[in-house]
Design a protein around this ligand. Structure first.
Ligand code: NAG
Ligand code: NAG
Ligand code: NAG
Ligand code: CU
Length: 188
């Protein structure tokens, strides 16, 4: 029974990873607390970020009341010092959406006086997707000698082999659902 549940959990995680890889995930910073001065815990946003693996393509939603807070992206040094003097960018209208479009560290603070030092600051690391991508290649790489600049991600263009393309995209679309089904079957 325990084994079954573990297997089911494994497949659910795998399916969730595949779905996230395909579509990107949206995270509300601080969940229901939103983007504000955390009460009694200056580590609040650190703890929130610890539970999440951020990947390129994910979106952060900073939920705050316009005029009461803002979101300034800053350097690591400015983050550490809570220095809002020269932010990289500032979003003043809440809720604010930030698309994580690169790997590496992002640092956000609220630029309102004393909010950052009271804990309204968020530092995250964005990674490349770590989801396993088991590409079953029936034929050994038909499109390998790609010209420089040619996108390698299969675009549904007329020049590429239509059968192979639709087949692989079908697999990509079905596999999370399939894995979910396996998980459900194991639970029953
Ligand atoms: C944002 O905050 C408002 C007010 O607290 C709340 O009503 C709303 O549901 C929040 N939105 C999200 C996406 O959490
Ligand atoms: C990421 O998004 C920001 C803000 O929209 C933009 O200025 C920047 O050029 C983008 N970076 C990449 C690598 O696309
Ligand atoms: C992420 O993937 C891109 C494209 O595959 C690669 O150029 C980049 O170096 C990777 N970044 C990291 C941090 O692994
Ligand atoms: Cu604030």
């Amino acid at each position: 029974m325990v084994g079954k549940i573990n297997m089911a959990a494994f497949f659910i995680v795998l399916a969730a990873n595949l779905l996230q890889t395909t579509y990107g995930a949206t995270y509300t910073v601080g969940d229901s607390t939103g983007w504000t001065i955390p009460t009694g815990n200056t580590e609040f946003y650190d703890n929130w970020a610890d539970n999440t693996n951020f990947a390129v393509g994910d979106v952060l939603v900073f939920n705050f009341t316009t005029g009461r807070h803002d979101v300034a992206e800053v350097t690591e040094a400015a983050y550490d010092a809570c220095n809002a003097a020269s932010p990289i960018s500032t979003l003043s209208t809440g809720p604010a959406r930030v698309t994580l479009n690169r790997t590496g560290d992002y640092h956000f603070i609220c630029a309102f006086p004393s909010h950052c030092s009271a804990g309204q600051k968020l530092s995250i690391e964005v990674r490349n997707s770590t989801a396993p991508t088991p590409r079953q290649n029936p034929s050994p790489t038909p499109t390998t000698p790609a010209t420089p600049g040619t996108p390698t991600a299969a675009a549904p263009g007329p020049s590429s082999v239509p059968g192979a393309n639709s087949a692989s995209s079908l697999v990509a679309n079905l596999s999370p659902v399939f894995l979910m089904s396996v998980a459900l079957a194991l639970l029953c």
